[in-house]
Write a protein that binds this ligand. Structure first.
Ligand code: ASP
Ligand code: MG
Length: 865
């Protein structure tokens, strides 16, 4: 292959097609980029075809020219001419004969205007690309890169699509693009670098037709397929396809790798980066398609190519389309009648409308019409409805929006989508459709519902582990990180700086390591909240004495749930003077007696103690834990509200509790509620405060409201943190309404989760079918959260922290249980026996829940002061 630009290319040199959109061809600076890129590809030994759009805004201007009143045409034309002459001047072109020729032909068309004719409109609009490509050819040649201009209409022939109406045939044509070696070699004989037009083709009569708005991508794909290019590069103004529309979801992640079907699905269901029709020519010819950013040519962008074998099953994107029209057909018994659907769909066909989604019920068939596939105007829909009314009752529902989740193997991910379904459960969903190719799940809702929905869903998908942002082979940086001026504040976890030390203590594994500075920092952040009067640490998260000491020193109290926990605090000189709470659940009588002996404030959460052991509590102050009737949290097993959960006094027994308390001579000093764990919405706690306050008002003796814990710790890359400042502000606001009550919080996980890691050593590796198992000595006996809660813990190979993560592993432990999986589908560097794995965020409910199961010893622990 030729390495230098000067040596001529071999006749069979590979082709590369570069496509540039409207903004990428609108200024002389951008043309310099095009020139550089084309020259670079040529220097790499490729024959280059540049395909261009019209200058940005020109297709719109030409469309407007077609539609405007005759008297306005001259003006409209003058502006278009002026725009091109201005660019030619910027380009300092001495030679503009080609462009002038197209300007003259445009002028002639305008003079002989036939606005009612679709073919005239097409020919007028085609001039945008004819002009831009002529300017480009002149510019590249003038700047040292001989470039051959070719008319796309010679190469791209529209195919006959049966039943396509005239409008679609002329304005939204499709081309049959099979690899054509004769064309490739004919062109190869004519030069090395070419430029041609996007958007345009010819029909069987040799007339100009268009490929639909945004169709230049598709032209590039057609050329790529015809020439069997080594790749098609779509150069645009974003780095590629993202997990969601970045204008709505700034945290959307770059999709680095997609297969054709997924890219097709994403392009079809809303993303504007690629024209929906450009995927299938590339897929058929197996030509890889790259999406790249003209302003940041060094960014990797998105590569669309045949699917790599090892990928984590993941949702790839969430998209939305507006302007969807639903046609609902009530059939009162005709459904299931032979031929009914055939009759109905014949009418859609007659009106040239293509149906997208279909939902059916006993007496109703509802279909959606997508504006990107249909040239929808209200006349067409009205005419269709009138015809349909002859065979069924019709309702047209518009405007609707379709929200689509895209990912290969959607069905295997459904169990992770409960949060998403709950979000939709709140609103009216007109239609749900799961594509038969198992690639998408679509919800059609009223368009008005779309506001703010996508960011919420995106976050939910990440949190549920359904959008696997941890897989670095698939997901690149967020939009914010790429274009938002580095707004993404990503904290590097403490263990990066402690790597050498961790590798040292990993001589004996499994081993927990706790970083006290992180715990102190968290404690200070909570103590700094002005609205919070007291913070109790939920000891069960991790009762390590060093942690208790550090928290006591930071002024945190302790919430205990057993005599053992109370004793653990009492055993520490530094901690025993700290405020304490005893909040057991279904504990035996003796536990309460023990707590009272120690002088600890206790919490009751049922009638039983007052009914059966009143003598214990007489004359004492207690707290009452109520069940507000609903639970929250990241998993069923951590939701602690509602009848299905064993915690708290149900509100229908509240009055009875008050009566008993009065009769037994005890005072209720505080109310408590805790709805669950892993809550990341700051609005939750103020709501609970308000509810508890109005209950407290009915008691009289209450001084404080304990809102429990549940402060969420994000675990997936890209998930947002709980906004403490927002929490403080919101709590302060609701407190202003009830200044008489002190506000207590009792977090556990939030204080210690990030401060702890679990170190393990790789024991064995095994390949089974397509799966790679990576065994380590820490299993569910050491850390049960993944097995118990489906909890997500980030896992890295600490011995190879800087190596590229190349292999997809199932990380498992040594316990004889199928559920002994610490992490499924984790991308890690190729790992070997003896490597040290680090399982992150293991400071909470790790060591404290560890067991001897299988008679394996408990994990050891170390502390970093
Ligand atoms: N110029 C055409 C349009 O604006 C085609 C394209 O840019 O892709 O729709
Ligand atoms: Mg485009």
């Amino acid at each position: 292959m030729n390495a230098s630009a000067s040596a001529p290319l071999a006749p069979d040199a590979p082709w590369v097609v570069l496509k540039f959109g409207g903004t990428s061809v609108a200024t002389v600076e951008r043309w310099r980029t095009i020139l550089q890129l084309a020259a670079a590809r040529r220097a790499e030994g490729a024959r280059v075809l540049v395909v261009v759009s019209a200058l940005s805004g020109i297709t719109d201007a030409l469309k407007a020219l077609c539609a405007c009143a005759p008297i306005e045409r001259a003006d409209a034309l003058a502006k278009i001419i002026e725009r091109h002459r201005a660019l030619a001047a910027q380009m300092q072109l001495a030679h503009t004969a080609e462009m002038d020729r197209w300007l003259a032909s445009l002028q002639a068309l305008v003079v002989a205007a036939a606005p009612e004719q679709l073919r005239w409109q097409a020919t007028v609009q085609a001039h945008g690309e004819l002009l831009s490509s002529s300017l480009g050819a002149a510019f590249m040649a003038a700047n040292g890169l001989p470039t051959t201009w070719i008319d796309a209409r010679e190469a791209l022939l529209a195919r006959e699509v049966p039943f396509l109406n005239e409008r679609a045939r002329v304005l939204s044509a499709q081309v049959q693009a099979e690899p054509d070696p004769a064309l490739a070699s004919a062109l190869a004989a004519r030069g090395e670098v070419f430029i041609s037009q996007g958007f345009i083709a010819r029909d069987g009569d040799g007339q100009t037709v268009l490929l639909g708005r945004g169709g230049s991508d598709t032209s590039a794909a057609y050329f790529g397929a015809l020439l069997r290019a080594s790749r098609v590069e779509i150069w645009t103004d974003v780095a590629g396809m993202f997990t969601a529309d970045p204008r709505q979801v700034p945290g959307a992640r770059l999709l680095q790798r997609l297969d054709y079907d997924e890219a097709q699905e994403i392009a079809t269901t809303g993303a504007k980066v690629l024209h929906a029709r450009c995927l299938s020519p590339c897929r058929r010819a197996r030509v890889p398609l790259w999406v790249k950013d003209t302003q940041h040519p060094d960014l990797d962008g998105t590569v669309v190519a045949p699917q790599p074998t090892e990928v984590a099953p993941s949702i790839k994107a969430i998209s939305s389309r507006r302007g969807i029209t639903l046609v609902s057909m009530e059939t009162s018994g005709m459904w299931q009648q032979v031929g009914f659907l055939a009759d109905v769909f014949a009418l859609f066909k007659q009106h040239g409308l293509s149906v997208d989604l279909i939902g059916s019920a006993e007496t109703n068939v509802t279909v959606s019409l997508d504006p990107s596939e249909n040239l929808l105007d209200s006349d067409v829909v009205a005419a269709l409805a009138a015809d349909l009314a002859k065979v069924c009752r019709v309702k047209v529902i518009a405007p609707c929006a379709a929200v689509t989740l895209v990912g290969r193997g959607m069905r295997s991910m459904l169990h992770r989508l409960s949060g998403v379904l709950a979000e939709f459960g709140r609103e009216r969903v007109h239609l749900i459709s799961q594509s038969s190719n198992n690639l998408n799940l679509t919800f059609v809702v009223d368009e008005a519902m779309l506001d703010g929905l996508l960011p919420r869903l995106h976050e939910l998908l990440i949190r549920a582990g359904a959008l696997r942002t941890d897989d670095v082979a698939l997901f690149g940086p967020s939009w914010q990180a790429l274009y938002g001026g580095g707004a993404e504040l990503k904290q590097v976890p403490w263990w990066h700086a402690q790597r050498a030390r961790l590798l040292e203590v990993a001589q004996a594994t499994p081993r927990y390591v706790y970083h006290l500075p992180t715990i102190r920092e968290r404690a200070r952040a909570l103590r700094a909240l002005t609205s919070v009067d007291r913070v109790y640490y939920a000891l069960k998260a991790n009762p390590h004495p060093a942690i208790l000491r550090a928290l006591a020193e930071e002024g945190i109290g302790f919430e205990c749930v057993s005599p053992g926990e109370l004793a653990a605090v009492d055993a520490l000189a530094e901690a025993r003077e700290s405020p304490r709470l005893f909040t057991p659940n279904f504990a035996p009588r003796g536990d309460y007696a023990d707590a009272l002996r120690r002088g600890v404030m206790l919490t009751l959460d049922s009638l039983h103690p007052l009914q059966h052991w009143p003598e214990l509590f007489a004359g004492h102050e207690i707290m009452l834990r109520v069940d507000l009737g609903r639970g929250l949290g990241h998993h069923d097993k951590v939701r602690t509200g509602g009848a299905a959960s064993k915690f708290g006094l149900p509100l229908d027994q509240f009055d009875e509790f008050l009566t008993l308390a009065r009769e037994r001579g005890l005072r209720i000093a505080g109310l408590h509620a805790h709805l669950g764990s892993g809550i990341l919405d700051a609005a939750h706690w103020p709501l609970v405060f308000g509810q508890l306050a109005s209950l407290a008002d009915r008691i009289g003796s209450v001084r404080c409201l304990d809102l429990g814990g549940g402060l969420g710790v994000p675990s997936h890359p890209g998930e947002s943190e709980l906004d403490l400042a927002a929490l403080d502000t919101a709590l302060a606001e609701v407190k202003r309404a009830y200044p008489q009550y002190g506000l207590w919080l009792e977090p556990g996980r939030w204080l210690v989760a990030d401060a702890g890691v679990l170190l393990a050593r790789v024991t064995q590796t095994k390949r089974k079918g397509a799966l790679n198992y990576l065994g380590c000595d820490a299993g569910m006996h050491a850390l049960i959260r993944p097995a118990l809660y489906d909890a997500w813990h980030h896992i890295v190979n600490l011995s190879r922290l800087d190596d590229a993560a190349t292999t997809l592993y199932q990380v498992v432990g040594p316990i004889c249980e199928s559920g002994d999986v610490l992490g499924a589908d984790r991308r890690l560097p190729e790992s070997v026996e003896g490597d040290v794995l680090l399982i992150a965020q293991a400071g909470a409910y790790g060591e404290s829940m560890a067991s001897h199961y299988n008679l394996r010893p408990l994990a050891e622990s170390s502390v970093i002061e």
